[in-house]
Design a protein around this ligand. Sequence first.
Ligand code: AMP
Length: 515
Amino acid sequence: MTFSDLGLSPKVLSAVTDAGYTQPTPIQAGAIPHALLGKDILGIAQTGTGKTASFVLPMLTRLEKGRARARMPRTLILEPTRELAAQVEENFIRYGKNHKLNIALLIGGVSFDEQDKKLERGADVLIATPGRLLDHRERGKLLLNGVEILVIDEADRMLDMGFIPDIERICEMIPFTRQTLFFSATMPPEITKLTEKFLHAPVRVEVSKAASTATSIIQRLVKSGSKPWDKRETLRNLMKAEDAELKNAIIFCNRKVEVSELFRSLLKYDFDAGALHGDMDQRARMQMLANFRDGKLRYLVASDVAARGLDIPDVSHVFNYDVPIHAEDYVHRIGRTGRAGRSGKSFTIATKSDTKYIDAIERLIGNKIEWHDGDLSTVVASEGEDEAPRRGRGAPRRAGRKDDDRKEKGERKPRERHAKPSEAAPQEAAHDEQPVAAEATVADIGERRARKEAIRSENTERKASDRNEQRTPERGDSRPQRDSNRPARHRQEDNDATVGFGDDMPAFMRIVAKV
Ligand code: AMP
């Protein structure tokens, strides 16, 4: 089958050819003909299957007739994160290059004014995160009764992020005569209920088993001691061992504190790394992502929330620095590699306290994951290591824990967060004392300093903008009443105080470089 068999318009077909695609993927072949006929679609597909084009291409064809009116968008696409929304916009720009359509992107973290102007002009395509969309509507700047096509993308992610009540409200604001295209990688009961309520006789297109992992990905578990320095060393060794095959990699951590710590450690060891977490403002995230996508950065350390649904076509490796606590996150993480039929590798660093999380993952994917170099029974415990269940970093927070109290008071946990060189593992301590600076060129130091400065100022800006948002009646994407509905794991990431990249200056930054 080719794209020209699907019923798309000549303008759309020409843009698809220019994008270099000849054959539709299964979700595209299954969904596009029905979408063009105006039917509701229930698409069960994960990212990486070509699902974005499966709704963008028929929408473009259908939008060729008719015009947008001020403040009354003709179509609405709801996305769980700002990054995903921006990626959908890129798809509309790429495939809509032969159309003159007005596209408006309503996401948090950027000013309302520009977005208002676009709405005022009349949007053919409105792409939004639920919070910002509702904010615009409450300000009286947006009418949803002209929406002809509604897309709800990544519905299971919306559920995870506590957005379902918002989605229900939005669905109720749009005429029931609309066409609804609904996509989810998995179908938990809450999502099934939503589809029963809001879809009319949908055509179900399922391209892979729910929660399956692509077969083109080589998956391995890697044993490690459980101390942070053990895990960092295991990771560095893996990165070095994979170097020849490794084009670029995403390194996932469970919490943003770990993202910050690991990022700093990798820089110290001269790895070309960037970081992506929920505290960075939109501009910083997009810039970091663009650098990674363009090959200017080889490694991206990321948290689940920040990285969800990113479309980075050819990531060769995924490293799980932490075993994800929720098994479904494993599927989403490793889905960043092996996309669109390419091959990929994923390595998950596992400690003794991770056994039950690994069991849950293996149950979910229906397969045993092979060990890279011997299983956990061969781990030699490092000094002071205990066998107690995982606590602190990477573990779900429990109310009333001492660590939490400390954090809330803004106190540091004395050892884990900011270990002095004498307390660090032997190699890392030695490393802290001098070699990085001795080996680094002045240019390296300058570049690293600039990168750190940029991140520090972006963090400061972000905090300032958060404070402003609290003062004004306008709200960003994460509003308190929504947050109270959010599951603990996402609140956990949002609430962790960020260590920041600036407060804790590594040793190499303190050395005066001689020119
Ligand atoms: P998505 O599932 O929408 O995130 O798409 C995953 C990747 O597949 C993106 O990089 C798309 O550009 C790419 N893609 C989309 N459609 C096709 C196609 N028909 N053939 C090959 N690659 C595609």
